[in-house]
Write a protein that binds this ligand. Structure first.
Ligand SMILES: NC(=O)c1ccc[n+]([C@@H]2O[C@H](COP(=O)([O-])OP(=O)(O)OC[C@H]3O[C@@H](n4cnc5c(N)ncnc54)[C@H](OP(=O)(O)O)[C@@H]3O)[C@@H](O)[C@H]2O)c1
Length: 247
């Protein structure tokens, strides 16, 4: 079977990599290179961008890739669009491993917004302590609202404070609800801003906000073009198995 490219950077991609390795399939795991010490994958690994959709198409051809699995984060829309375009251009089949979005439960106090800029606009007028567990790349937009005190959770310790006066917690998921309740109480958090990532690795903050009765500004996922998507590692493996049998 020709080589498989696994686009990763998520907990689910780690599970996918384990299944591919277990099955003895020839696959390469790709990281963007955003974190200083990415979790080691049980597959040969490459790190860094491909140079847009055209660069990725060239890379697929040069490396004899026969299948692409897009297991990137639901908010990593650019690489997912590039992967679709590159696979279309090269005729390489693509499957996306997608986690279902989180859905509000009884007791949740969510305000859903379309993007980060709208989340900034939805912050209250009165100064508040706001937990931003949204990753490093989306923080800059919150500079426009310096009246709030921000609590940030980041995978790597920043060299300079990403937001003036912010409290920075350096930690890597998966997190627990009890741990997130303690963190929010320790910092006096009054409001949570979250991206609707789905999955279990980062959902603890939502349970914690529910338990503490805190409001959540929930950023909806960016829209992607139609693609073949499944929700489990087993379904991706079945797709690869069918491809191998020429189904
Ligand atoms: N966005 C989030 O909230 C979030 C959260 C957790 C984990 N992640 C992970 O972090 C990575 C970067 O996310 P992002 O939001 O910055 O992505 P993005 O905006 O969709 O992608 C920006 C560029 O980064 C490169 N890239 C992204 N993912 C890559 C991968 N797996 N392998 C090789 N190159 C990749 C590509 O560069 P070229 O155009 O040069 O190819 C892409 O055009 C992804 O792998 C994602 O799964 C993202």
């Amino acid at each position: 079977m020709p080589r498989i490219l696994l686009l990763g950077g998520t907990h689910e991609a780690g599970q996918m990599a384990a299944a591919l390795a277990e099955a003895g399939l020839d696959a390469v795991y790709s990281y963007a290179g955003r974190t200083a010490a990415p979790v080691a994958a049980p597959l040969p690994t490459r790190i860094g961008g491909f140079g847009g959709a055209a660069g990725l198409a060239t890379w697929l051809r040069d490396n004899g890739i026969g299948h692409v699995i897009d297991a990137t984060h639901p908010f990593a829309a650019q690489i997912s669009r590039n992967a679709l375009a590159a696979c279309l251009a090269t005729g390489v089949p693509l499957i996306a491993l997608e986690r279902p979005a989180w859905v509000a439960q009884d007791g949740d106090r969510w305000t859903s917004v379309g993007d980060i800029a709208l989340a900034v606009a939805a912050l209250p007028v009165a100064p508040a302590t706001v937990f931003l567990a949204i990753g490093r790349q989306s923080l800059d937009a919150f500079r426009a609202r310096p009246e709030h005190r921000y609590v940030l959770r980041l995978v790597d310790a920043p060299e300079t404070p990403p937001l003036p006066g912010a409290a920075v917690v350096v930690d890597r998921g998966p997190f627990t609800e009890a741990g997130d309740i303690a963190l929010m109480q320790r910092h006096g958090v009054q409001l949570v801003v979250a991206k609707n990532a789905g999955g279990s690795g980062a959902s603890a903050k939502l349970g914690a906000a529910r338990a503490l009765g805190l409001p959540v500004i929930m950023v909806d996922r960016p829209a992607l073009p139609d693609r073949h998507a499944v929700g489990t590692v087993a379904e991706v493996m079945a797709w690869l198995h069918d491809a191998k049998r020429g189904v």
